[in-house]
Design a protein around this ligand. Structure first.
Ligand code: GTP
Ligand code: MG
Length: 234
């Protein structure tokens, strides 16, 4: 994909503060703190510092909106199209206070469940550790909400090929999906970037798809354990 521009737009604490982009397709990045969501965004947009990354978990604290204009490199007369990437705070970081975790949970949950224009969620999982309890709960919750979810195992540069395929199989088992449904990525060497752009293609139309679920259905809250877990690798 040829990236023309990528820009930070706004940080919003909750759904009601989120800007409206009409029918522009929007993609949200979810995952545990420090898994590499912001790095993924930089890698996809081929920018070093579009989103702030850090070794310290809990760096991203708001719902952060970025616009990207792109075109297909094979087009004779490229017509730039636009999309939105949304970088979200991570879950599963035990060192953040309870009150703050609760604020993030409410913000995340409201955004993911109710955001118009959200076409798909990209859920990042650390390839070395595989899905943790919080990842599994998040994935199940997204499925229940009827959200198209791409599962991406990232930081693959830290694993050998054979470990990678072993970890993919066990991750698929933990999430109860096919290993073929898991995508691999590295924000370090950009492995998987073309495949990710290709996978997004069917969701890039500015025409809004019919919702899979009725808005009025009662939906359960995202289990607090997602944001309140004691899993800690730091
Ligand atoms: P929060 O905003 O705190 O939720 O974290 P995040 O998910 O946005 O993670 P971030 O992108 O800030 O990356 C965390 C750390 O992991 C940084 O030190 C990155 O350089 C590193 N990192 C991210 N992706 C990769 C990757 O694919 N490979 C390697 N080797 N390191 C990565
Ligand atoms: Mg981040």
């Amino acid at each position: 994909m040829k990236i023309h521009t990528s820009d930070y737009i706004k940080s919003a604490p909750s759904l009601k503060d989120c800007p409206s982009f009409g029918d522009t397709p929007e993609f949200a990045l979810v995952g545990r703190s420090n898994v590499g969501k912001s790095s993924f965004l930089n890698s996809m947009t081929q920018r070093k510092n579009l989103a702030r990354t850090s070794n310290t978990p809990g760096k991203t604290r708001y719902i952060n909106f970025y616009t990207v204009t792109y075109s297909h490199p094979k087009e004779v007369k490229p017509t730039p199209q636009s999309l939105i990437f949304v970088d979200l705070p991570g879950y599963g970081y035990a060192k953040v206070s309870h009150a703050e975790q609760e604020r993030w949970r409410v913000g995340l949950e409201g955004y993911l469940a109710k955001r118009d224009g959200l076409r798909a969620v990209i859920q990042l999982i650390d390839a070395r550790h595989g899905p943790q309890e919080s990842d599994i709960r998040m994935f199940e919750w997204l499925q229940f909400q009827g959200k198209k979810t791409f599962v991406l195992m990232t930081k693959t540069d830290k694993l050998s090929r054979s470990d990678m395929s072993r970890h993919t199989v066990s991750a698929a088992r933990a999430l109860d999906i096919s290993p073929d449904a898991i995508m691999l990525y590295s924000a370090e060497n950009h492995f998987g970037r073309d495949a990710m752009w290709k996978a997004l293609q069917p969701f890039l139309s500015h025409k809004r798809p019919l919702s899979l679920r009725s808005e009025s259905e009662d939906l359960p809250a995202l289990a607090t354990t997602v944001l309140d877990s004691e899993e800690d690798f730091y």
